[in-house]
Design a protein around this ligand. Structure first.
Ligand SMILES: *Cc1c(COP(=O)(O)O)cnc(C)c1O
Length: 379
């Protein structure tokens, strides 16, 4: 059996170890220290636009903190893209709030500005407005957030960016994570850069960030004694892992370029195969190409996603379906959903191909030839 080719693996820059060793040398092996300060500072500096940051134990934890900070509580509605990973949704449930799932627009797969505008107008009439809308930047493609932000503002809805997959992407020249009042990032092991596991809150709202920092640190009041006036969590990142993050961040631009090159090579190699298309790059920004997403037209292509994925698995290559829409999840049966047919179709027809920034030319060729094989023989 040839070596396994994974969907998306960590890719060290070689600069992480120095930061990690420094943490050991200085005994900053806990939840405070220079790597944390440095990592938070470096990400805020990279994103610019007056943003501040809070490093957390995961992207999901970061979203939990943000939703609580903007006042989400039991019974509140929170609208969120249906075509996403469950990490976008868990924090809504942690707070006892109610998710409302929004359909995608066909090109980018992101939540559609027209649908948002119509949904909010209708929800206002029904007196059923969400408190927050979480816009996910799917697979590294930024949502078309300006018109979404306008619609949210008109109805007093807070817009939050789930930028877990889009670090390094831009929207109309602005970095992802700076196009709404609040954003979250993820440094999980499969993301474009990693701290092995971790996340971050990004916001210009310094007061909110200070509250989130306290909650993430067990809600310890500034006192010598252990005084707690509010509910807390242990959502801190370790200073050791922040050191990995600092070393990773040095290579972010290169990682985006590499993932984009992986995408380009797939598109070139599979050009002209009947029924094959790729997630396009929207006119409004640069795609991080966290994962290459290919679509198979069921009326034309020689294989459907499930059989293609099985064929690749037989060659020890990991490919995955597109996120299964949240409104089709057993846990969320019967939840309020606006549309859903577009996301369903993207799910039925989409395949994520191995997209690591470290994918070698030989491995890339192995994947494309296996894909070509599967798509040139009858089902
Ligand atoms: C990865 C991911 C998250 C969650 O991040 P974790 O760091 O794994 O908790 C949230 N939303 C999306 C869209 C993601 O892809």
């Amino acid at each position: 059996m040839p070596d396994r080719i994974y969907l998306s693996v960590p890719h060290m820059s070689g600069r992480e170890r120095a930061f990690v060793d420094e943490a050991f040398r200085t005994n900053w092996l806990s939840s405070v220290g220079p790597n944390l300060d440095g990592f938070e500072h470096d990400v805020a500096h990279l994103l610019g636009a007056g943003t501040r940051t809070l490093a957390t134990s995961s992207g999901t934890a970061a979203l939990h903190l943000v939703l609580r900070a903007v006042g989400v509580g039991p019974g509140d509605r929170v609208a969120v893209s249906t075509l996403t990973f469950a990490g976008s949704v868990w924090p809504i449930l942690y707070l006892g709030a109610v998710p409302v799932f929004l359909d995608s627009e066909p090109e980018s797969g992101n939540v559609s500005p027209d649908l948002v505008t119509e949904y909010l107008r209708d929800a206002a009439r029904r007196n059923a407005l969400p408190k927050v809308l979480v816009a996910v930047h799917l697979y590294g493609q930024h949502a078309d957030v300006d018109p979404i932000a306008d619609a949210c503002r008109a109805h007093g809805v807070v817009l939050v960016e789930d930028a877990a997959e889009s670090l390094g992407a831009t929207y109309r020249g602005r970095p992802t994570g700076t196009t709404a009042d609040y954003a979250i990032l993820s440094f999980n092991g499969n993301k474009i850069i990693t701290t092995t596991g971790g996340g971050m809150v990004v916001t210009r709202d310094g007061d909110a960030l200070a509250r989130m920092r306290k909650w993430a640190n067990q809600s310890r009041e500034p006192a010598v004694e252990y005084v707690h006036a509010e509910l807390g969590y242990n959502y801190r990142m370790s200073n050791v892992l922040a050191g990995i993050g600092r070393g990773q961040l040095c290579a972010l631009a290169e990682r985006v370029a590499q993932r984009r090159a992986v995408f380009d090579r797939y598109r070139t190699a599979l050009h002209g195969v009947p029924g094959v298309t790729f997630q396009p790059e929207a006119a409004w920004g640069t795609h991080s190409r966290w994962l290459t997403v290919m679509f198979l037209d069921p009326d034309v292509a020689a294989a459907l996603p499930a059989s293609l994925i099985a064929r690749l698995e037989a060659e020890n290559i990991e490919a995955r379906p597109v996120w299964r829409p949240m409104h089709t999840q057993p846990l969320f049966a019967g939840r309020e959903t606006v549309g859903g047919a577009v996301a369903d179709r993207l799910y039925r027809t989409g395949v994520c191909l191995p997209s690591s920034s470290s994918l070698s030319a030989e491995d890339h060729a192995r994947v494309t030839s296996a894909v070509l094989d599967a798509l040139s023989s009858p089902r």
